[in-house]
Design a protein around this ligand. Structure first.
Ligand code: XUL
Ligand code: CO
Length: 437
């Protein structure tokens, strides 16, 4: 196999090729239904996993090396930025996402950390101008530092709340300067491990206060993109406040934040919550808050957030179907919140993992279009709910019928059969469309 240094731009090689450093399904400039694949998919590189994660786990340290031979902190972060943009170029990825601490080293105090972020932010801006790559979204890491051990916005200590505010303020500033179209709040340690030491009402109130402050600041500073919260049920805390899409919708509605906030749905977070990825996307969609995707997959046999590169084609296809039914991405995109396995510890593995994930989603996109073109699944749904298309059914659906009216109707229509749901048939239709023998 070729070495990283010998690999240039990854070409589209088509489905029959065996070239490991080639795309079998992602042909970035191919136009499908009026849009280039790269515009349908809006792939983004996740800085934290890609540029910083070196394979460490609970039982052992790094297995990889992302120091690129640099010793001094700022030089190292500049070098990481060069490599990140080089990777995006090689992989035909147009966007990236980062936490403040991913792109700039921590200083001896907050002021120095913010100065480092300013310096690196300017460097990223220069790289963007040189390459045409863009920021999809940024966020602040308000969970790693020990001062956030009891949460950030939901910490029992207001100093932690304010430290988080300072970090979010400058991360929003840099989102604006870098032209990012999203700003993410993943709950980090916003949750609890035991009610014996937790005032849930106060913490939730402050979470709302925090998000409102951030929204007000961002809008005042000129941010026109979407704010996102990212549902996750557990890990690191036993009970994360942003459990799943439905919980997040309730919270946003209660706090009056639905105008400005949408959801960033992550596949592995969905399965940790006992849902499918498609379910979470659907719940976000039907509540009008679908925003962006953190693409990855979990392992059904492991009960934690393994953040694997997504390679399950059926899952990617059904996720892309939701995206297409939504009319495509607007401000959001597909961020690979995914890391290479501990044993996949080389730069070549980084390329191979992105290729695997991007190809799975590209194939998913192609299949999703085929599902729509085929029409059988759509027709079945239409037929199944036909009784709501006219007469009393239509009135019910429009919210215009009364309980008395329905009760009267039932008196002369209580002898009816529900048609079969045909689940197995529909699953075989999906197989027909996906696998063409
Ligand atoms: C953690 C996670 C985060 C967010 C950004 O599980 O998904 O990386 O996406 O903070
Ligand atoms: Co995520």
């Amino acid at each position: 196999m070729k070495r990283y240094e010998e690999i240039g731009k990854i070409p589209y090689v088509g489905p029959n090729s065996k070239e490991p450093f080639g795309f079998r399904h992602y042909d970035p400039d191919e136009v499908i239904h009026g849009k280039k694949m790269r515009e349908h998919l809006k792939f983004a590189l996740s800085w934290w996993h890609t540029m910083n994660y070196c394979g460490t786990d609970m039982f052992g340290g790094d297995t990889g090396d992302k120091s690129f031979g640099e010793k001094e902190a700022m030089a190292l972060y500049r070098r990481k930025a060069d490599v990140a943009f080089e990777l995006m170029e090689k992989l035909s990825i147009d966007y990236y996402c980062f936490h403040d601490v991913d792109v700039a080293p921590q200083g001896k105090d907050l002021a120095e950390s913010l100065r480092n972020l300013d310096e690196m932010g300017s460097y990223l801006l220069k790289k963007q101008e040189e390459t045409g790559k863009r920021l999809l979204w940024a966020t602040a890491n308000n969970f790693g530092d020990r001062r956030f051990m009891a949460g950030a916005a939901t910490s029992p200590e207001k100093d932690a709340f304010c430290l988080a505010a300072a970090k979010v303020k400058s991360a929003i500033d840099w989102t604006i300067r870098l032209g990012g179209t999203g700003y993410v709040f993943w709950g980090g340690r916003e949750g609890y491990d035991t009610l014996l030491n937790t005032d849930v009402a106060l913490e939730l109130k402050n979470l709302g206060n925090f998000l409102r402050m951030a929204r007000d600041y961002g809008r005042k500073a000129g941010f026109r993109g979407d704010f996102y919260i990212e549902p996750k049920p557990k890990e690191p805390t036993k009970h994360q406040y942003d459990f799943d899409a439905a919980t997040c919708c309730n919270f946003l509605r209660k706090e009056g934040l639905l105008e400005d906030f949408r959801l960033n749905i992550e596949a592995n977070h969905a399965t940790l919550a006992g849902h499918t990825f498609q379910h979470e996307l659907r719940i976000a969609r039907v509540n009008g808050v679908f925003g962006s995707i953190d693409a990855n997959q979990g392992d059904p046999l492991l009960g934690w957030d393994t953040d694997q590169f997504p390679t399950s084609v059926p899952e990617c296809a059904l996720a892309m179907l939701e995206v297409l039914l939504e009319g495509g991405f607007t401000n959001g995109g597909l961020n690979f919140d995914a890391k290479t396995r501990r044993q996949s510890n080389t730069m070549e593995d980084l390329l191979l993992s992105y290729i695997a994930g991007m190809d799975a989603f590209a194939l998913g996109l192609r299949i999703a279009f085929r599902i729509l073109e085929d029409g059988r699944l759509g027709q079945f749904l239409e037929e199944r709910y036909r009784s709501y298309q006219e007469g009393l059914g239509k009135k019910i659906l429009e919210g215009k019928a009364t309980l008395e009216e329905c009760a009267d109707y039932a008196l002369s229509h209580d002898d009816f059969l529900i048609p079969s749901g045909r689940q197995e048939y529909l699953e075989s239709v999906l197989n027909d469309i996906m696998y063409r023998g």
